[in-house]
Design a protein around this ligand. Sequence first.
Ligand code: MN
Length: 714
Amino acid sequence: MMVAIRRYAPYVDIEKVDEAYHYAEAKHADQKRKDGSPYIIHPLAVAEIVAEIGLDTDAVLGALLHDCIEDTDSSFDDIARRFGKTVAELVEGVTKLTRVQYSTTEEQQMENLRKMFMAMSKDIRVILIKIADRLHNTRTLQYQTPAKQISKSMETMEIYAPLAHRLGMQKIKWELEDESLKYLEPKAYQEIMDYLDAHQAQANEFMRGVQSKITTRLSGVGIHGKIYGRIKHVYSIYRKMKSQNKTIDELYDLYAFRIIVDTIPDCYNVLGHIHDLFSLVPGRFKDYISTPKPNMYQSLHTTVIGTDGIPFEVQIRTWEMHQTAEYGVAAHWKYKQGINKTGEEKDFEWIRRLLESQQDTDAEEYVHSLKVDMFDDEVFVFTPKGKVISLPQGSTPIDFAYAIHSAVGNSMVGAKIAGRIVKFDEPLKNGDIVEILTSKTAKGPSRDWLKICKSNQARNKIKQWFKKECREDNIVHGKASFEAELRHMNLNPNILNDEELLPNLLKKVCFDTLDDMYAAIGYGGITAQKCVGRIRDELLHAGKPPKDPKATGLNLGKAPTRNESGVIVGGDIGSCMVKFSRCCTPVPGDDIIGFITKGYGVSIHRKDCPNAKGASDPAQADRWVHVTWANTESEPFSTTLEIDSTARQGVFLDVATILASMKVRVTEISARDLPDDRCLTLATFDVKNLEELNTIRQKIRGLSGVTDVRRGRN
Ligand code: MN
C-alpha cells in the first residue's frame, strides 16, 4: 500500500508518511473493520486515494490519521506536536464533518448540508479527504447491515457525489454513484450490469474497431494522441433510462471515446478528422474548451455514428484538461507539486484566478458555492431537530429565531447554543446547534434587535412587528425623529401645518397622511432622513415659483370656466384648482392675477402683491394668467389689515368693536407695541368682497390715534 502512495505521489515526504502510518496503526491496534481486517487498512486506503488525486504530504498524513481523534485516544495537540498544526487541523476538520448528522432528504436541506460541508472545511483538503474516506467506505459497504447500506448510499448520492461533481472530480463522482446505485436500486443496477456483461464481447469488438480507425487516421496525419473507449458508467445509463423512459437497448449512446492530445490546436484538428471519418449527429457538438463548465471541466464533445449505425460520443481534450476532468480542484495540487512547495495556496488564489477566467453565469454560481469556505459570507447552523439553517455570516440567535418563524422571533426570550445559554448578540458558528427559548408572555422584539440582527429576513420581520403592534408608539417615535431631522436641516416643523403645502408633501413621500409617514419612520420602514430629503426642496422653495412650467400638471386647452372659488381663470386654462395666496389675501374686487404653480393649480395674488412682481419677468411670463372675479355671491374670503396707531389703550378694543358691528367673522386679532410709543394691530377676518373690506377699512381709519390701515402682506 505504501508503494501505491509512492507511485501516485512521488513527491511526498515518505518518512513522515511512514511515521504517521505507524502512529495510526498503533492507535487503531485493537480495532477491527467490519470484515475482520485490521482497522489501519481503512486510513491507509484513504491515504492512497488522497495520493492518487494528487494532494500533498500534509493531506496524505491527514488521511492516515483521519479517524484518530474520533476513534482513539489521540488528541489535536498530540497530532499537532508530532505532525504539525496543519495536519492536526485537517484531522480535526474531517472529525467535525464526521459528526454532522443527516436527518432529511429534502432537496433544499441537502443543498444546505453540502454548503455547510464546504463552509466547515476551512481548508479544501478537509473535504477532499472526507470524500476519499467516503469513497473507501462505499467500496466496502458489503460488510455493513442492509439498513446501513441504504442510509449511507443515500448520503453518498445526496452529499458526496454532488460535492465531488462540484469540485470537478468526475472519476470519484462516477464511482460513488455506481456503488450507491447498487444498494439503492439493486434490481435496476443488476439489469444494467447483466446487459453490459451479455454484450461485453460485442461492445469490445465495436470499440476496438472505432479505436483502430481513429488511431490509423491520427498517425497518418502525424497527431500524437491516446484513444480510450468505454461504456458509460452505470448510474448515467440508469439516469438516462429513467429520464427518457427507455429500456437499455433503446438508449441512444452507451459508448464514449476519449482522445487525449498534447495541445489545444490538436484538439480542434482531431475534431475535424472525427467529423470526416464518421457522420455527425447534428446539435450534439459542444465546445467546453472555449467555454469551460462551471466545475472547470474542459473538452470538445461530439456525437457521431459509426459505419454499423451505432452512435457514440467522442470527447477530445489535452492531458492537462484530462487531469482536471478526473480530479477537479485537486488536480491543481498535482501541477503545483515540484513547482511551488511553499504551500502558499492557503487563500485559494488559484481557484479564484481560474474562476475569474470563466465568464458564464454558471461559473458565477460556482464561485458563490465555493465562496462559503473562501469568502466566509454564510454560516450554517442546526435546529435541535437537525434541520440546517443558512444565515449571513455574523448572524445571531435573533436571525436564527426569525429564520425559523416570525412567531418564534417575536416570542423569543432567550437562546442556547449546544445547551448553553448565550446572549442575543452571540455570533453563530458553522455547525452550532441553536435552540430558541420562547414565552407566551414575551414583550416582543426590542428596537435594539434591528441593530443586532444581520439578515434582512429578521430585520423585515422585526419591522413588520413594530408596524403592526405599536402604531401609536411608532407615530410618536417617528414624529420625534422626523422633526429632529427637520431642525437639523434648519427647517421649521411648523411648516407642516401649512394645509396648502401638505398634500404636495405627502405625495412626495408617498404617504396618505402624516401619521402614516410617522408610523413608517417609527417602525423603521423608512428613515426620517429619507423623508426629509424627499420634501426638502419643496420646503425650501415653498411660496417661490418653481422653474419648470411643463410640470404643472394642469388641463390645458379647455374653455374658460368659473371656478367654485369664485374666480374665473382666463386664457387657455380650463377648470382647475385655485388657491388664494397667503401673502396678500385677495378678496373679490381686488385686482388679481393668477400664477400656475407646480402641482397645485393656480394661486391667486393681488396685482400689487410683491410676489406678483415676477409677472413682468419675461422668463416667467407664460406662467402668469389673467384671472377675474366671478360676479356671484360666494364663500367669504379671509383677509388681514395692518393698523398703525399711537400707543393708545383702546385701539385694540375699538377695532374689535368695529369688526363686531360689521358682523364679520374674526379669526385673529393681536397688537404689539413698537418703538417710539407706537403700536401695530393685526386683524384677520372674513369679508364677502372688496367693497365690504373698504367700508371696514374706512371705519378703522377714522378711529382716533390710527395713522394707517394697510392690506396685510406677509
Ligand atoms: Mn474513515
